[in-house]
Write a protein that binds this ligand. Structure first.
Ligand code: AP5
Length: 213
């Protein structure tokens, strides 16, 4: 099963993708996480990606597509995967579909986690992330058991650099201009579904499980 998670920055794609990955035993692939991991390791890719991410812009398609196609070519992806934050532009979606067509495969579900812009800044300002294992929390809606500490690996939680209000506003603008056209793209393919992302985490998860069957 191949799933694409759509939705605005902070809509909860990563939160749901993580839960789905566990339930369906599929890899959770987040291009944002790949860029952040590279940045932490000080690679050239990480340094290049940072200049775009800190400005709330998208990393160029050519680079992003290359990294994603390389990742989905790994052995652990042969039974499917959950893509979180990719594709984000029409050319990215087309590049992925072209590659899948060569293998006689396709995306089975595009799940849009729908959250209005008004709720996004609140979501982002309370987000805390684990720099080690990548798990995400929210100070109010999904707090860790011990304040500021990751439940999984006991690392100290951080605030992401791109969660500053000005950057968030720019990320939302970029989302509406470049990523929202994917709604029509996946509607035309007959795989588009939307869920109310303003509901509680477990309720959103239940809606997605109903769609996947
Ligand atoms: P990326 O890391 O993909 O960020 P994003 O898409 O902007 O999404 P986020 O991770 O911010 O949010 P999310 O929807 O996963 O929400 P989360 O579950 O964390 O990308 C970062 C940057 O990398 C981009 O700006 C770009 O520069 C670059 N990039 C990445 N992919 C790219 C691509 N394909 N092409 C080009 N550039 C790319 O939830 C948010 C918060 O809300 C959390 O605190 C969470 O606990 C809380 N929350 C979640 N669900 C709920 C709920 N139901 N109720 C209450 N709170 C909730």
């Amino acid at each position: 099963m191949k799933i694409v998670m759509l939705g605005a920055p902070g809509a909860g794609k990563g939160t749901q993708a993580e839960k789905l990955a566990e339930k369906y035993a599929l890899p959770h692939i987040s291009t944002g996480d790949i860029f952040r991991k590279n940045l932490k390791e000080g690679t050239d890719l990480g340094k290049e990606a940072k200049t775009y991410m800190d400005a709330g812009k998208l990393v160029p398609d050519e680079l992003t597509v290359r990294i994603l196609l390389d990742r989905v070519g790994n052995d652990d992806c042969k039974d499917g995967y959950i893509l979180d934050g990719f594709p984000r532009t029409i050319p990215q979606a087309e590049a992925l579909d072209e590659e899948l067509e060569k293998l006689g495969e396709k995306i089975d579900f595009a799940i849009d986690v729908d959250v209005p812009d008004e709720n996004i800044v609140d979501r982002m300002s309370g987000r805390r992330a684990c720099p080690k294992c990548g798990r995400t929390y929210h100070t109010q809606y999904m707090p860790p058991k011990k304040e500021g500490i990751c439940d999984e690996c006991a690392s100290e939680l951080i605030i992401r650099d791109d969660d500053k209000p000005e950057t968030v506003k720019n990320r939302l603008k970029v989302y509406h201009e470049q990523t929202q056209p994917l709604v029509d793209y996946y509607k035309k393919k007959g795989v588009y579904h939307t869920v109310d992302g303003t509901a509680e985490v477990e309720a959103v998860f239940d809606s997605i499980k109903d769609i996947l069957g």
